[in-house]
Design a protein around this ligand. Structure first.
Ligand code: GLC
Length: 474
């Protein structure tokens, strides 16, 4: 295996060129090589490890789909009740709401024979709303919908609405879903175990806003639907943004949990909620001290452990933890950590994207960021911080691909398109190429294409509402 493992070295950019980390560090860093390397090595995953992770994800998928085993499963594999993909014949005007991070969006989506026209408005969700009462959260959503309708001259209009609510939900049907637990920094009270469609309807009633909810949808499902609208070979939806998650089309025979209609089409989209992979201790061997330190300062400690190694909300903080460790060993900043960098979350995930986009020899962007954080920025410091960012994001791309490899193998398709959305995937310069490379390594038998979804969550929710309207002739 050694030679194959070598195909997964850690890469860093030096003089605008990619170099193997180990070569670079052995030659160029005039400090205790072993210690810098040991931090980076802790973040390294070789091909054997990835194949192993893929196998564990596969077992967890099977466990989640099993009627008897689901209760104990951490990867919940929720059936979505979305069973048909768009066929291009969906028509009409729809509203969509998209809640899943610190921004909330309201959209007006016009579907015309395969063409999509959208108008949307973004509303900021303040931390107080994310962590306050459920009533306030849903009142705020209703207020935003009312404002948007007014601006579009559609006040009082009752268009069918798709609600993208990107948190783990047990679907009770297409237009009813109960929140299982909050993720991604939300903790609004009185929402867990409640039907979020009902909470939204009640808030709209309080605010006198008309509402016709056709579907409650996860962002992964929205992404799959919006990509399937453009590419009929798309059967997987993936998000790598604030959080991470995947969904795919599964045969009903495989879904022991299924208690809906067993007729054609004998398939349903499964919202995996794979962010919780590892919450039963199954990935402790690959978690590092940096991951554990990060977990301690999150609202949902011990939860969403796979997500916390991958998604945009966390990569900056993992990097900060690694930086602190090296500084403590006097291998960075001469051992002095600025007050700014001591603050949790001070090293934003966006910095990783910006730093890795910069291919200049002297890492001007990294230098500027370190300056903003009031840190020493010698050439060595800059090189080490860039290497840390690269190691953290490479590990994330590897882990996502290992999870996807399990999905691809489970589906057994030889060619497949995966629809992807999320800021980390969109803006990070190496995420997509790394995923391409690792996919070829892990599933050489399949031809996999990644397709960037333009506005998957919003458009997808409208498409789901449209398919439902088409199928039921409502
Ligand atoms: C979190 C949510 C999940 C969502 C993902 C991406 O993992 O629990 O529902 O799909 O973030 O937004």
């Amino acid at each position: 295996m050694a030679s194959r493992v070598e195909q997964f070295p850690e890469w860093i950019q030096v003089d605008g060129k990619w170099k193997r980390k180990s070569d670079h560090f052995r030659r160029n860093i005039s400090m205790e090589n072993f210690s810098v390397d040991s931090v980076l090595d802790a973040l390294h995953l070789n091909l054997d490890a990835l194949q192993d992770i893929q196998g564990r994800m596969h077992s967890d998928m099977v466990k989640g789909l099993g009627a008897a085993s689901n209760k104990a499963a951490v990867v919940k594999m929720f059936p979505t009740y979305v069973r048909s993909l768009p066929d291009g014949s969906e028509n009409g005007d729809f509203f969509a709401l998209d809640l899943g991070g610190s921004n909330f969006r309201v959209l007006l989506v016009k579907l015309r024979d395969g063409n999509v026209e959208m108008k949307s408005k973004v509303y900021k969700i303040a931390t107080e709303i994310m962590t306050g009462t459920g009533e306030n959260l849903f009142n705020y959503i209703a207020d935003c919908l009312a404002e948007f309708k007014k601006e579009q001259g559609l006040e009082g209009k009752d268009l069918p609405l798709g609600f993208t609510f990107s948190f783990p939900c047990r679907q009770n049907g297409l237009n009813s879903a109960s929140l299982v637990t909050w993720t991604k920094g939300f903790s609004a009270t009185g929402v867990v175990d409640q039907d979020v469609a009902k909470l939204l309807s009640e808030a709209c009633k309080r605010r006198n806003v008309n509402l016709d909810i056709i579907a409650v949808v996860n962002d992964t499902t929205g992404t799959l639907m919006s990509c399937a609208h453009a590419d009929s070979n798309c059967y997987v939806g993936l998000i790598i943004g604030t959080g991470t998650n995947a969904c795919y089309m599964e045969a009903l025979d495989e879904v022991e949990l299924w208690n809906g209609d067993k007729g054609e089409p004998k398939q349903t989209i499964i919202n995996m909620e794979w962010g919780a992979f590892g919450d039963d201790g199954s990935i402790e061997d690959i978690r590092t001290d940096f991951d554990r330190e990060l977990d301690k300062i999150t609202l949902n400690q011990g939860k969403q452990l796979y997500e916390k190694m991958i998604s945009g909300m966390y990569l900056g903080e993992i990097s900060r933890q690694a930086i602190l460790k090296l500084a403590k060993e006097k291998l960075l900043f001469n051992g002095v950590v600025s007050a700014e960098l001591q603050k949790p979350w001070a090293f934003e995930s966006k910095f990783l994207t910006d730093i890795e986009k910069d291919v200049s020899t002297d890492g001007l962007v990294c230098r500027e960021i370190l300056r903003q954080l009031n840190c020493r920025d010698t050439m060595e410091d800059v090189t080490v911080v860039r290497a840390i960012c690269s190691a953290v994001s490479t590990r994330a791309a590897k882990l996502v691909t290992a999870g996807l490899a399990a999905v691809i193998k489970k589906m057994g398709r030889k060619t497949l398109t995966i629809g992807v959305d999320g800021s980390l995937y969109k803006y990070h310069p190496r995420f997509h190429p790394l995923m391409d490379t690792f996919t070829r390594e892990l599933v050489p038998e399949a031809r996999v294409k990644y397709m960037l979804s333009e506005d998957g969550s919003g458009k997808g929710a409208a498409l789901i509402a449209a398919v439902a309207v088409r199928l039921t002739g409502k």
